[in-house]
Ligand binder design. Sequence first.
Ligand code: FCB
Length: 449
Amino acid sequence: MSFSNDFIWGASASSYQIEGGAYEDGKGLSVWDMLCKSPGKIWEGDTGDVACDHCHRYEEDARLMCEIGLQAYRLSISWPRVLPNGIGEVNEKGLAFYDRLIDALLQNNVQPWVTLFHWDYPYALHCRGGWLNRDSADWFAEYTQVIIDKLSDRVAHWITQNEPQCYIGFGHQTGEHAPGLKLGFAEVLLAAHHSLLAHGKSVQVIRARAKIKPIIGAAPVGIAKIPASNQSEDINAARAATFAISGKNCWSNTWFADPMIFGKYPEDGLKLFSKEMPEIRAGDMATICQPLDFYGVNIYFDETVRAHSDGGYEVVKKPIGPALTTMPWEVTPEALYWGPKFLFERYQLPIVVTENGMANCDWIHLDGKVHDPQRIDFLTRYLRAYQRAIAGGVMAKGYFVWSVLDNFEWGHGYKQRLGLIYVDYATQQRMLKDSAHWYRKVIAANGAI
Ligand code: FCB
């Protein structure tokens, strides 16, 4: 068994990371616009003010996607570009941009997969409490409605939110991401609860109003622990670690996915967080738990664990001199075997890998091309692991490389290049890297690599 005939090959990006036009055409401020103004927060003081200038170059970008043969492009919408105050008055120019972008993609035979929220939260709503305000769920539902009413005649695939683990965890607990808060854990859990409610209400709006039948998922971080051996004790240990809540932080699959899919928070978390748990009102869990069509998941790397003699598990120390990307994240292809396998077993939803890729030291070589053999090798290894998971019975519907273009990598600024397409930020010229040419062949062969 291999990738199914209707398997979708795509690549992803997000609004703040590529669009630019941060102060144009009536766009409101986002929390990332504000974080980028804080000295010391972003590498070299980089900002997303211009980024890849995608808001002016989207037609060229759509053509390049077509050249790569992408069947789908996962984009996100800048909430404050469309609703400068987060709610209320719509910025028609902002909405018109996405309208044109969707048309340009469709003209190039690229299916748009739209993520409603990929971290650029409206600053105006942040000033009203942001995710700490219970009304944030209704704000997100209102925003969802504006987008659905405009785009759902052409867009079928919807992702509510990207990686709550990061925008809540890094954004509200450790502070390195926008809005840069370092809250106590009780408030972190409160923000997380409201963002889950927002997810649920958003799904309800999509189902109620979409003009063509919607296909809906979310794109959380995929925690994908790798067993140290194929012995059942180690596999069970890895499974347990994949679904465990191991500390007062946001790094788990279950804290976010269990409420969305099972309608309840996981027991181990409820126990560990008993003192910090927010009020859960009647009906909240039912609102959060809406039927989903796929489990989107972003997987890059993970740890190896083995069974411990006390019946639990322990993390295996990294090898000396590990293979590292420039992030530096470890190269662990097996995460794309075990992650989809464990997540499919538990949640029984078709898997879509909504992000996978690597940061590499890419530059234009003397022959005028960008050679990135590491990325080709990396993606090959991960895809083979994914393919093995599918052959083993995991139902999987798609795979998206992060990212289509080099872009603004959050706190790392422009230091990290993850694109299939190289961007010269001084001239905004784009160039397909070797990996883009390689990916075209992968897509044409439906993953027979
Ligand atoms: C993920 C984010 C994405 C990108 C990649 C490298 O956590 O969703 O925007 O930054 O990491």
